[in-house]
Design a protein around this ligand. Sequence first.
Ligand SMILES: *Cc1c(COP(=O)(O)O)cnc(C)c1O
Length: 414
Amino acid sequence: MKDLSDDKNVRDTETLLCHLGRAPAEHAGMVNVPIYRGSTIISETLEEWDDRNKDNPSYGRFGSPLSRALEAAVCKLEGGFRSILFPSGQSACTRSLLACLKAGDAVLISDGVYAPVRAFADNVLSRLQIEARYFCPTKPSELAAKISANTRAIYLESPSSMTFEVQDVPALSAIAHRSDALVIMDNTWATPLYFRPFEHGVDISIQAATKYIVGHSDALLGIATANEAAWSALKSTAHHFGEIGGPDDIYLALRGLRTLALRMKRHWENGLILAQSLKAHPAVDRVLHPALPNDPGHGIWKRDFLGASGLFGIVLKPMSRPQLSVLFSSLRIFGIGLSWGGYESLALLVEPPKRMETSLAFPGPLIRIHAGMESPSELIADMHNALNAAREAAVDGIVPREESELVGQCQIVS
Ligand SMILES: *Cc1c(COP(=O)(O)O)cnc(C)c1O
């Protein structure tokens, strides 16, 4: 088998997914790179030791043939210069920020950002004298107005993984680069298959591999990929912190990667058909899904993305907490849980999202849905049945429905 990563005739992602990161000749002919467990790596001669220190891992903390295989595969798919693994997606996010920022710098963060990254910015960056401010994800002009001489990075997540605003990444990147700020983007929703970050101006792209790359809800892992300009800062920061993924988790991620294209196609189809069916349900006020033609982000999604994942939101009409309890306990196929990207369907009641800059007028509760790979007709039936049960509970007077008890909408915090 030849190394296909630089073969100009092999460009189709589906072929690459089956071949990237493999090296049977180096592993007794094994199709897959085996699990390497190790801290110390020994050499026989001083020359071999010097050689190893040039390109190969010289200690377990700097990687193994297995971690290098996953990094090389994801790097090729993302279209970057080099990738590096982290033990979780959150660690990839926080280390990427720290790679770009020092005391006295400022970062502008999309107001729809993943809540734990917001918490890191507000609680940890502030302690390091790094100023974190927020901008409305759908208004590039607001970014331009807020960027200042000490802004060294902007942080995007498109679409926002709770509220699904699609960002104009090329426009935002152009504004950042005019001020010499780097662009970090969380690309977990689309995966490298459906959004090619480096073609749209991103400098560091993050995958919470825990989600679609692992794909089976059985491991945590993060991967950050940089272009050439941002690579040395990302790599040295990762090494300073000394966090690495465990070998079993890396093996599971590389195994998950082989079926990513097939799974994504199914998640996209199931998510879209479920979203379409929910638009018409009388308990639903609005569906937040960029692939729906009337979604505010649809135009940019169509221009920049190559597909959609299975994650989207529904905003309900006002509904009381007891009604929501009926809704969630009526679900039979959907699990109630954090995370997403596994083969299974999930539903989550989202707390009113914290916003610094953007007002979101949601009349009722927001539910985030991950469409898994089950039968689409059974997913539709399960969700519609639960929504019907919640409505009937109010009509039958089983649960109260006074205005004061309705679950609140999102508010601006500052
Ligand atoms: C889950 C998630 C992360 C963090 O990944 P973990 O592996 O759970 O730490 C980061 N960004 C987004 C958009 C996520 O959904």
